[in-house]
Design a protein around this ligand. Structure first.
Ligand code: TXA
Ligand code: MG
Length: 321
């Protein structure tokens, strides 16, 4: 057990990480639960704190582009273009790993997920550390990712020594994950960098082959990012509203309130209809409704399937299953 402290002191975070401990760190997407990626003992603690199964690999966070070649090889040309254009940023690339990355980090896979986070505090921390940081999102396995230091403290308080406080995260949904199939880009997880942006740089990106389970990222686990309460997505074509007491039903809407529900039970993710703002607010809103005593059921709508709307729909779909 730890007396968890929250603070902005990089040197404290550094001290714990160098001692092989786990520290929560801010990124531009969500908070991560970080440890020395080159130390299996330290990485093991991440799995323990999160209660995460060992078959689910971790993303490795590095400081700069030149570090990517320390940990990955045979980097395809399309990956180089994405690195050049979008890193640091909300993008993770699955690349052929070098031996220096422990098998525990990649769950025995021969690829490693690499990303350069954009948050200034964490970039500074990475710059000062002699090792990269393995970090999944800082939530118990299967629950909603944290976007504030308080979210982390609420669930992992007592289990880690330090939360590096970088404020509320800027993007609000996890990084987009891109892998390569014989050099061709495949999007394994829609996230904070839109498919449109990526395709502008490297052309058509494939979606993973649902038939071939081996190619699916464990991050594609169907039930994930889930609140504890039941969540239902109202499709336009299936507008049958469940028979629950209206006052026990909360609504997570995009830019306008649903007609049939009391306004005080509804949260708008972006009154101005901005999908980036909606993504930023998504997980906080889900947590808020999950924690509110009188709410038994959460209803939500389908978002436009463009830009960050894809990541929002993906997370809602997993939360509903
Ligand atoms: O924005 C993010 O990506 C955040 C911040 C903290 O960086 N991290 C994050 O990590 O979302 P996590 O562990 O919650 O989700 C990463 C997903 C995992 O579910 C895992 O399945 C997938 O990435 N992944 C990691 N390495 C992989 C690999 N080598 N092959 C396939 N999937 C991988
Ligand atoms: Mg996660």
């Amino acid at each position: 057990m730890f007396q968890t402290e929250t603070g902005k002191d990089i040197s404290v975070a550094k001290k714990f990480l160098q001692a092989g401990e786990v520290v929560a760190i801010p990124t531009e997407t969500v908070y991560g639960l970080a440890a020395d990626a080159l130390s299996p003992e330290a990485v093991l603690k991440i799995f323990e704190v999160k209660n995460r199964p060992f078959f689910d690999p971790l993303i490795v966070h590095v400081h700069s582009k030149s570090e990517i070649e320390k940990y990955a090889e045979d980097v395809p040309p399309a990956a180089l273009q994405l690195i050049e254009r979008f890193m640091p940023g909300p993008l993770t690339l699955l690349l052929k790993k070098k031996n220096i990355i422990p098998d525990l980090v990649t769950s025995g896979l021969d690829t490693v997920g690499l990303r350069i986070p954009r948050h200034p505090l964490t970039r500074e921390l990475l710059k000062e550390l002699p090792f990269p940081l393995a970090a999944p999102s800082a939530n118990p396995f299967g629950y909603i990712s944290p976007t504030t230091p308080q979210h982390v403290a609420d669930q992992l308080g007592g289990k880690i020594p330090y939360i590096l406080d970088g404020g509320s995260t800027e993007v609000g949904v996890e990084s987009t994950i891109i892998g390569f199939d014989e050099g061709v880009a495949v999007m394994y997880r829609p996230g904070g960098l839109s498919l449109e942006e990526i395709e502008k740089v490297i052309g058509k990106v494939k979606l993973p082959d649902a038939e071939n389970k081996a190619t699916l990222s464990p991050g594609m686990l169907k039930s994930h990012y889930a609140p504890r309460k039941k969540l239902i997505i109202l499709d336009d074509d299936t507008l049958q509203i469940p028979e629950t007491n209206r006052n026990e039903t909360a609504v997570l809407a995009f830019d306008s309130f649903l007609k049939d529900y009391p306004v005080e039970n509804q949260l708008l993710l972006s009154p101005s209809g901005d999908l980036n703002e909606a993504a930023k607010n998504l997980f906080s809103a889900m947590r808020k409704l999950d924690a509110s005593g009188h709410v038994k059921l959460i209803l939500t709508v389908r978002f436009p399937d463009v830009g960050l709307g894809r990541a929002i729909n993906d997370r809602l779909k997993r939360a509903a299953s």
